[in-house]
Design a protein around this ligand. Structure first.
Ligand code: GAP
Length: 444
């Protein structure tokens, strides 16, 4: 983990937030390369959900949330962790995460601590006008259910997907970006006919595993965990966690839950008239019925929901951990290389003129950069440092799939040297062929 944290800071992937003021626990900022990697991962998820499935729609809803929503979802009453204080070191811990140096007799009785961040909405601070920073993106998908059904004419089965910030006032944030207080979730709520839910659940577990493998997280590093009945969230009939071997141990990367008709049912008025199976929370404030007409029976029903929910930060940590390699070279030296899947690499290609500030070389390199950039594959950089070896080392470390060197021969024959990140092999390629070559590498 130390090596990853150090690389992330040194190369500009991830910084501690507010570091110049001593930081703020559980918060991180994504730097120039981190934001590219994060965007690429989110794009890959979005594309696999929405662009590849005509029955999945996207959403980008507000973060500040009406308290009624989180009352009805059960979060106001149950979204809490047991917390204890140590009277000896005066620190506070989650009851299941007390460090060894604290003695049992020094701990207070566990108290429930709600993890939601509450904030004032509007200019009056008298406690009556407040909202929550959402603890999951899912609830705004449920509350927009009818808007989306009505505006897109969807019928079952169909999904609504969202990527966005979520906030939890974790008692003990830790393990770098693994457990933080501000993070992003990639969540799909997939609505199905009751009775078909178990089959859909199985199918989404498989789809999600395939997707993680495509992001460079191999099955050897993953285990599925069947969450025991007595540990299930209040809304869940069954949850399968995708567990990943993080540097600090085997922990949850993504949860795939069968939320039944609990959420749509709890946000619905006149619940008695619908055949809701879950133990819903009685609703006196909603003005809507979150039901859909069944195509065959024409009856109104509240769908069941299958929810794959993944954390962006945990995904980034797993992906960097898998990609990080330190290799022994033949000359006795070491090289650090980030073998990211090319579609995730923050920089897709570096164009390097052999000699710094040489007008002809830089001009040819700049033209090539512009041409490659126009392919819209992601960021292409022009490295005008004149130090090829240093350029290669830097781009190995940040996971750039290819470096293109423009030398004096290039001016004569319009070719360039292309170096592959993983094999370090170099070959001459005609400059006019480079766009197609790069496109093939990134899209493979
Ligand atoms: N809507 C369902 C839900 O929120 P969850 O298991 O509480 O379920 C889903 O969270 C995912 O969000 C987790 O698998 C994890 O990847 C991510 N996540 C949750 N809490 C987190 C935290 N404090 N820091 C980073 N990621 C977190």
């Amino acid at each position: 983990m130390e090596d990853l944290v150090s690389l992330c800071k040194r190369r500009g992937f991830i910084f501690q937030s507010g570091e110049i003021y001593g930081g703020l626990q559980g918060m991180y900022d994504f730097g120039p390369l981190g934001v590219e990697l994060k965007n690429n991962l989110k794009h890959s998820w979005w594309s696999s959900m929405i662009y590849e499935n005509d029955n999945i729609e996207g959403l980008d809803a507000a973060i500040l949330t009406n308290p009624s929503i989180l009352k009805q979802s059960g979060h106001e009453d149950t979204f809490s962790d047991p917390m204890v204080d140590c009277k000896s070191c005066n620190l506070r811990f989650r009851a299941d995460q007390v460090p060894e140096h604290c003695k049992e007799e020094d701990l207070t009785e566990p108290r429930q601590f709600n993890l939601m961040f509450k904030t004032n909405v509007g200019p009056i601070d008298d406690g009556t006008s407040f909202g929550y920073l959402r603890p999951e993106t899912a609830q705004s998908i449920f509350t927009n259910f009818k808007n989306i059904v009505d505006s897109t004419s969807k019928s079952l089965p169909f999904g609504i997907a969202q990527i966005g910030k979520a906030f939890r006032n974790e008692i003990t944030p830790r393990n770098f970006i693994f457990r933080v207080r501000e993070f992003e979730q990639m969540e799909l709520e997939f609505f199905v006919k009751p009775g078909t839910d178990e089959k859909w659940h199985e199918s989404w577990v498989q789809k999600r595993l395939d997707w993680w493998v495509q992001q460079g997280v191999p099955m050897e590093s993953i285990e599925l965990y069947e969450v025991p009945k007595d540990e299930l969230a209040h809304y869940s009939k069954r949850t399968v966690d995708v567990m990943y071997k993080f540097p600090h141990g085997l922990e949850e990367l993504e949860g795939i839950a069968n939320r039944t008709d609990f959420d749509l049912g709890s946000h619905t008025k006149n619940q008695e008239d619908l055949n809701i199976t879950a133990k819903v929370i009685e609703n006196k404030s909603s003005n809507s019925r979150l039901a859909i007409q069944d195509n065959e029976s024409k009856k109104w029903l509240v769908p069941y929901v299958i929810e794959p929910s993944a954390g962006v930060e945990r995904g980034i940590l797993a992906i960097i951990n898998e990609a990080y390699n330190v290799e022994q070279l033949k000359d006795g030296k070491e090289r650090t290389v980030l073998k990211l899947r090319p579609h995730l690499s923050p920089v897709k290609a570096a164009v390097i003129p052999l000699k710094k500030n040489n007008e002809d070389l830089v001009k040819l390199a700049a033209n090539l950069k512009t041409k490659l950039q126009k392919l819209n594959l992601g960021r292409i950089v022009l490295e005008n440092s004149g130090n090829i070896g240093k350029g290669y080392r830097r781009h190995d470390e940040i996971g750039t799939p290819m470096c293109i060197t423009i030398d004096f021969e290039s001016l004569e024959d319009n070719s360039a040297t292309v170096r592959d990140r993983d094999t370090m092999e170099q070959k001459r390629i005609q400059i006019e062929d480079l766009p197609a070559y790069l496109m093939q590498i990134i899209n493979d």
